[in-house]
Design a protein around this ligand. Structure first.
Ligand SMILES: O=C[C@H](O)[C@H](O)COP(=O)(O)O
Ligand SMILES: C=C(OP(=O)(O)O)C(=O)O
Ligand SMILES: [Mn+2]
Length: 457
């Protein structure tokens, strides 16, 4: 998080020309709220609550992402698939932040360039689903759409969408963000603490490798301090938040007019991305997010054509602003080597410079015979490698990685140095949606990406 000298953002007026145009367009993946008046009342209340992030921070992130798009920085985005209200505890938040800080150190060291750190945190509460309903035995109920919409328990009461959850989402995001700001601004993220972020995690090859690297960094810092360098600057670390911009009854009221510029900022997080299921060119999401100043991401799956990509650029980044647009590719390990190159070749024919980020999770989902949604660590690694290969061949910049992870020792993805197998998945599977890399798998992946980045030079 960065200091902002401009926290004054006015509450959103009831109707702002343009910002409500999405209401006239087809909108996907929204809950069926049982009571429209109650939902409207909650939205109105949300629009009066203080912003969670400030316009100045959002502008600074856009600048950082612009650097990443030019190959001068690298973006690390990570966190839960679906944050939960119950999971917003100090321990779990701290473990996730520590994991991201550790990964960032590994990447910074490998890449020799700044790493932009962003949590899929403090707002990643809404989920798009493949099916609107879930059936267990002979009972069919609405699908779980994330804690900000309904409950996970498989009962009719819990699965009914409840607009009061929008407010709980806001307050949980606020308390999560408060702790994240404390960790990253209060000295905990100081590079001189590089060893302490490893404490509390069980010993394993990735942690030992990390310890080794931390010792090298320590030595370098001590040497520089002895030589007179002032490291107090390292006390505070920029840390940004991002989530899928999905739930319009949350995103719209959190969007406010910045008093400095008269333009709209979505103050629910610094960054929002449009998901693979809601990125229709003439749909509500693309229209709405085209009108906010935040840097915006779009997920691109394997069926994306160069034409669609070009139209997304026209809609979301008509002014070709550095850092405005991020393409997060999620092709699948088996498809990335065919699906990404045509997009990279096509982009070179344009005057656009989007930031290219790999999401090696969402194209690699499988379900075991025992019913667990999982991913193979090897597939995740293979997609990352395919991403770097494609960019190397095209001469474009592989600018970041987007992963679903947790700092806890869960058993949700198969493989990794602990060789998690199908039988082990049941021992600690906690995700309410997609499987996340655990702490060790996350560190292992960071080392691999660092090697790819080092090879780039
Ligand atoms: O996180 C992404 C999606 O919400 C998730 O992959 C959808 O999962 P589903 O296919 O089980 O609905
Ligand atoms: C829904 C997600 O991904 P995608 O839109 O790529 O499927 C996600 O990132 O959780
Ligand atoms: Mn997911």
């Amino acid at each position: 998080m960065v200091d902002s000298t401009e926290p004054v953002i006015t509450a959103a007026p009831a109707v702002i020309e343009g910002l409500d145009y999405w209401r006239t367009l087809p909108v996907k993946q929204q809950p069926s709220w049982p009571d429209a008046a109650a939902t409207a009342a909650v939205s109105a209340e949300l629009s009066t609550l203080p912003p969670l992030v400030f316009a100045g921070e959002v502008d600074q992130l856009r600048d950082r992402l612009g650097k990443a798009a030019r190959g001068e920085a690298f973006l690390l985005q990570g966190g839960d698939c679906a944050e939960t209200f119950a999971g917003a505890t100090a321990d779990q938040i701290r473990n996730r932040v520590k994991t991201l800080l550790q990964m960032a150190v590994v990447l910074t060291y490998g890449a020799s360039m700044p790493v932009v750190k962003m949590g899929r945190m403090a707002g990643q509460f809404a989920k798009p689903r493949s099916n609107d309903f879930e059936t267990r035995g002979d009972v069919t109920l609405p699908a779980y759409r994330g804690d900000i919409v309904n409950g996970y328990d498989f009962t009719p009461e819990s699965r009914e969408a409840d607009p009061r959850r929008l407010l709980q989402g806001y307050h949980t995001a606020a308390s999560t963000l408060n702790l994240v700001r404390a960790f990253t601004q209060g000295g905990f993220a100081d590079l001189r603490e590089v060893h302490s972020w490893n404490r509390g995690f069980a010993s394993n090859p990735a942690n030992q490798r990390y310890e080794h690297l931390a010792a090298e960094i320590d030595r370098a810092i001590k040497f520089m301090e002895a030589a007179g360098a002032d490291f107090d600057e390292l006390k505070r670390v920029e840390f940004y938040t991002g989530h899928e911009g999905l739930l319009m009854d949350y995103e719209r009221p959190m969007t406010r007019i910045d008093s400095r510029t008269g333009t709209a900022y979505n103050t629910s997080s610094h960054f929002q991305w449009i998901g693979e299921r809601t990125r229709e060119l003439d749909g509500a999401h693309v229209d709405f997010f085209s009108r906010v100043r935040n840097p915006i991401g779009v997920k691109l799956g394997p069926t994306t054509t160069p034409e669609t990509m070009r139209e997304l650029i026209e809609k979301l980044d008509p002014n070709r602003e550095p850092g405005r647009l991020t393409f997060i590719t999620r092709m699948g390990a088996g498809r990335i080597r065919d699906a990404l190159p045509p997009l990279l070749e096509a982009i070179k024919e344009t005057d656009a410079l989007p930031l290219w980020v790999t999401d090696p999770m969402h194209g690699n989902g499988i379900t075991t015979s025992t019913g667990y949604k999982t991913r193979r660590f090897d597939d995740v690694v293979d997609e990352v490698k395919g991403f770097f290969e494609a960019h190397r061949a095209a001469g474009t910049h592989p600018g970041g990685i987007h992963v679903e992870l947790t700092g806890d020792d869960v058993t949700e993805c198969l493989g990794g140095s602990e060789h998690i197998d199908e039988a082990t998945l049941a021992t600690r599977y906690e995700s309410l949606c997609d499987p996340r890399l655990n702490h060790k798998q996350s560190l292992e992946l960071a080392f691999l990406v660092a090697e790819e980045l080092a090879a780039k030079h």
